[in-house]
Design a protein around this ligand. Sequence first.
Ligand code: LMR
Length: 347
Amino acid sequence: MKPSTPSVAMHSRSGVLSYFTVFLFLVFALGCGERSADDGSRPILIKFPHVTAPGTPKGQAADRFKQLVDERLAGRVEVEIYPSGQLMSDDDSLDSLAFGEIQMIAVSLSKLDRLTKKFQIFDLPFLFPNLKAVEHFQSGPSSETLLRSMQKQHLLGLAFWHNGMKQFGGPIPMRTPAAAQGLKFRIMESDVLQAQILQIGGNPQKMAFTEVYQALQTGAVDAQENTWSNIYSSKFYEVQKYLTETNHGYLGYLVAVNLDFWDSLPADIRDELTAIITEVTQWANVQSVTINQTGLDKIRQAGSSEIVQLSAEELAGWQTAMRPVWSKFEKNIGVDLIQAAEEASRP
Ligand code: LMR
């Protein structure tokens, strides 16, 4: 057979190219339709990955959000929840949200440290004595500024969801800060948490949530801080001999969306989603207390780790030891914001 002449070869290549162009156009058009348009032909997709188990405060809140959207926006909006870090880590989800590859997240406030220093307020040890104080602060005038503080990174905060107060786990009881000396602590990706562990003589290791169980099991880290619900649902209690009830910090989430996606929604859909998120937030923040209490009860029943309760004097020792962390971050956070949080914490 005669080899093709250059012109035939060019002709067939341009044919392939034009098919390819049409194909690309279709992919692009369908993709855009799926993400931002409400032309009635297919539902708007909200991909919502997170890292905890479905039974946790965040897992239940995310599922409730999906359930209400299914009921009230059937055929117009579809929510896909990916729990337990099965789709991506929290760190990756921040990037994916900014690029619009996913539409919604609920990441720990500590992990926003990469994007803004303002959220460091939530990691200051012993700033908030309980969830009521956090709620009081979050419903005050500062919260609107916080929710809107990452728009340059294409991220809009819609709500705060609680998990609960953090406890320490480790190979020994943590009755005094001296017990932390020399221990390797897994922490979330936050400079305040890093400073907190350094302050008590520990060795902080920033690590993704899904890696913690194995790190504790193999001895890559000795200790960790988390809520009862996370310690229970991720089985950290199986690989931690002692769990000390310190309530030294708050673990909560920012529910956030990609800003361009949010702005592109038809107004009635955006309003309905806002109403659903408000309803879910109220429900979830009540649930979180029970879920953490159940986690603690189940850890107790399992009997594989000892729960250590502190006396008022021991607790005061922890508060004094960790307090210098505040002044290290005062400049980043702003004295006004810290004062507003302290105000909100007064009984
Ligand atoms: C952690 O990494 O310990 C938490 O952020 C996990 C979570 O989402 O509650």
